[in-house]
Structure formats: structure tokens, C-alpha cells
Ligand binder design. Structure first.
Ligand SMILES: [Zn+2]
Ligand SMILES: [Zn+2]
Length: 421
């Protein structure tokens, strides 16, 4: 095709998503969506162990006629749908894993896997993205470009010592073969009523860094502390000074949280402990503040230990998660698409939360938009937070989510150009 006819073909293809056709297909698919979500909910699997869920996604994608890569990043799957019209390449990401939480709800789709539950809604994310693959594959001839469907393991973090999650998917080429130009992601949100969608420009989730601090002591009799080094008051001073760091050394306009969640030391009332070990998490909404705080933490911790004649070691467990940043241009351009599905009143600008998402790794490499789909239904008592034993969703989010995400990716393709060859 010549450059001119290619440009003409692209121009002809630039029609927005066919809303009525998408809605009709989604209505027909609705019972399957509920069935699929319940099947995944009954069979939850922990991070990097999602073999059944990953296989389920891969098999469904194959049945829909997509090009499928499986397994990717241990248990994940990728489906590629090439539309019948020329255009760009956009990705849509779902996560597969559940949490080590016992299901307490007495529902027909109760978890059959003791001690494991889809308490973060990833069962619904997987179902919705499979639903989008289904609907768009039926409209493939008109689709102006390529959609890459990403089913990612280990969003909640791989087990210690294992690789996984979004960084491993990227390492295994999900953004490069084919070259993805933008990416969309979604999360269930029990703070938003079902039927609404939340978006933000810039941060939508915080960075997260897990750290440990070890303060060295010298054990001795508790009546003669001067003959040893007592690490407990030194560690106490470190804990207080880390809170001063957060409140006194960084601009109050920059949200951040530093939590010490565990503190272990000693084993008897009259023996000076030989060491203190603490663990905690650091959250920020700004990549620069994140770097600055990590440096300042080290300075505070090491100098306090030094002032008391001992040493303290700060270790960050792994590379952590960057803040999830929504691309401003992509978000603005996507807003009308969301409004066509959720209405103006249901399309809400939301504040970022201090929770974290490894979608950040994708959005660091290509423009990304991560949206929150409302699942709250006060009348039916569906209000529990994610990561709790009572978390559930109003399943009306499933067809709406499919329509919303299908419209977003289609409209993106209609606006975009094919990548340069
Ligand atoms: Zn989660
Ligand atoms: Zn989640």
C-alpha cells in the first residue's frame, strides 16, 4: 500500500466505537460473564500460581480466534486481535491472582480453595477483559488496529525470591511484540456506586516500597544496660524520627505515608535485646518524592544509630512499585468514551489512593489510563473494602465494564495512527 492510500485507509477507519453493536453483543454475553466470574471466584489462585486461571484465559482467547501466547511470565496469557482495518496498537490489561484470605461469605460462588479468595476483584477484571476480547473479535472486520489483551499474574506481588507481575510480563515482551502505543487498565472500586467510573489525571495509585530496618544491639543484663547496647530505645527514636521526616522534611503538598508495621525485639524482661528488626512500607504519589524519601530515610536511620554507638541497616525488599500515573493527554481524550457508556454523571474525577498497583510498570513505558469501576451497592449490602473477607461486587459491573473498556480501546484506535514501519 502506498503512503497516501495507507493514510486514506486510516482516515476512513477513524470512526468511533459502534456503541449500539457493542451493547447488543454485550447484552447477549451477560450470562456468560456472570458464569465466568463465578467460576474464577470459586477457584482462586495465589500470585504466580494462577495456572488454572491463566489457562482458562488462554483457552478462551484461542476459541475466539486470537493469536495467543501462553504461558507468559509464568502463568499469564496474551491475546492479540488484529482488526480488519489499519491502525495503531493498544493494550488492555487484567490481573489473575487472588489473596490469602479465607472466604466468609455464604454465596453460591463461594471459594472452593481454603484460605484463598478473590478479595481484590481480579476475577472480575479477567472476566471483563475476556468479554472485551469476545465482543471485539466479533467486530474484527471493522476494528481499526490491533488490541493486545494482557492477562497478568502476581499483581499482588510474587512470593519473596520469585520474579513476577507486570515487570516480568514486560521483560517477556508484552509491550514490544507488537509494539504497544498505549495501555488501559481497570479496577473494581467499592467506594464508587455500581454504574459509575472513576478517573484521574496524574497519580491514581501510590508508589509502594517494602523495607526492613535492623538495629544492632549488644545483649547484657537488663539491670546494667551501660555494659551493652540497648537497641530498643534507639529503634524507638528511629520510628519517631521517620514520622518527623515525613511531616517536617517534605512539602506538605506531597502526599506520603511511612508505616512501620512490625517491630520485633528481645525475649525476656531483664535481658537487653541483641537487635531490633522492623518492617514497613513507604507510599508516595510522586516519583521524585519517592527517591528523596528513600535517601532521607537512610540518613535518619544511620545517623541515629551512629549517635548511639551502633549501626542500623535499611533494606528495600525489591524494586517496589512506582506511582501509577495516568497520562494527561490519553485521559482527556478518553473521557468522552467513558461518558458514552457511564453517562456524564457517572464519569467521575476521583482522588488518588495510597494503595499501589503494578500497572505502574506498564504506564511508565507507554501512556496509560487506569480507571476504577464502581461495584458498590448499598441497598444490597455490597460495601466491603477490597482485601477483606467480605469483599464482593455487584455483578452489574461486568457488562458495563466490558462496554466501557471495549469503547475505550476502540476509540483509541480510531484516534491513533499505525506505528511507523
Ligand atoms: Zn489487591
Ligand atoms: Zn487489585
Amino acid at each position: 500500500m502506498s503512503a497516501l492510500s495507507f493514510a486514506l485507509a486510516a482516515a476512513v477507519a477513524a470512526a468511533p466505537a459502534p456503541d449500539a453493536e457493542i451493547k447488543a453483543l454485550v447484552d447477549k454475553l451477560s450470562p456468560w460473564l456472570v458464569e465466568c466470574r463465578r467460576d474464577i471466584h470459586r477457584n482462586p489462585e495465589l500470585s504466580n500460581r494462577e495456572s488454572r486461571t491463566g489457562r482458562l484465559a488462554a483457552e478462551r482467547l484461542k476459541a475466539l480466534g486470537l493469536e495467543v501466547r501462553h504461558p507468559v511470565a509464568k502463568t499469564g496469557a496474551v491475546g492479540i486481535l488484529r482488526g480488519g482495518r489499519p491502525g495503531g496498537v493498544v493494550a488492555l490489561r487484567a490481573d489473575l491472582d487472588a489473596l490469602p484470605i479465607e472466604e466468609t461469605m455464604d454465596v453460591p460462588y463461594r471459594s472452593q480453595n481454603a484460605g484463598v479468595k478473590h478479595a481484590c476483584g481480579h476475577d472480575a477484571h479477567t472476566t471483563i477483559v475476556l468479554g472485551v476480547a469476545d465482543v471485539l473479535s466479533q467486530l474484527k472486520a471493522k476494528l481499526p488496529g490491533t488490541v493486545v489483551f494482557i492477562f497478568q499474574p502476581a499483581e499482588e506481588g510474587p512470593p519473596e525470591g520469585e520474579e513476577g507481575g507486570a515487570p516480568l510480563m514486560i521483560k517477556e515482551g508484552v509491550l514490544s511484540e507488537p509494539k504497544v502505543q498505549a495501555i488501559y487498565g481497570l479496577h473494581m472500586d467499592p467506594f464508587l456506586d455500581v454504574g459509575s467510573v472513576g478517573w484521574s489525571i496524574g497519580p491514581i495509585f501510590a508508589s509502594s516500597d517494602t523495607f526492613s530496618i535492623e538495629v544492632a544491639g549488644k545483649t547484657t543484663h537488663g539491670a546494667y544496660p551501660h555494659t551493652g547496647i540497648d537497641p530498643i530505645p534507639i529503634a524507638g527514636e528511629i520510628v519517631s524520627n521517620l514520622q518527623l521526616l515525613v511531616s517536617r522534611q517534605v512539602d506538605a503538598q506531597n502526599p506520603k505515608v511511612l508505616t512501620i508495621g512490625s517491630f520485633h525485639a528481645g525475649n525476656r524482661f531483664n535481658i537487653i535485646a541483641d537487635r531490633v528488626r522492623m518492617e514497613g512500607t513507604l507510599r508516595t504519589l510522586d516519583p521524585a518524592v519517592r527517591i528523596e524519601l528513600k535517601q532521607r530515610m537512610r540518613r535518619v536511620i544511620e545517623s541515629i544509630a551512629q549517635a548511639h554507638g551502633t549501626t542500623a541497616t535499611l533494606r528495600f525488599r525489591d524494586a517496589g512499585n512506582a506511582p501509577t500515573l495516568n497520562d494527561a493527554e490519553l485521559t482527556r481524550a478518553s473521557q468522552p468514551s467513558l461518558e458514552r457508556v457511564f453517562g456524564k454523571a457517572g464519569t467521575l474525577e476521583v482522588k488518588p489512593q495510597m494503595g499501589a498497583e503494578d500497572f505502574a510498570a506498564f504506564a511508565e513505558r507507554v501512556p496509560g489510563l487506569y480507571v476504577k469501576l464502581g461495584v458498590r451497592n448499598q441497598a444490597r449490602g455490597i460495601t466491603a473494602s477490597i482485601h477483606t473477607a467480605e469483599f464482593d461486587i455487584d455483578e452489574a459491573v461486568l457488562p458495563l465494564g466490558v462496554r466501557g473498556m471495549a469503547t475505550l480501546v476502540w476509540d483509541y484506535l480510531a484516534r491513533s495512527q499505525a506505528p511507523a514501519r
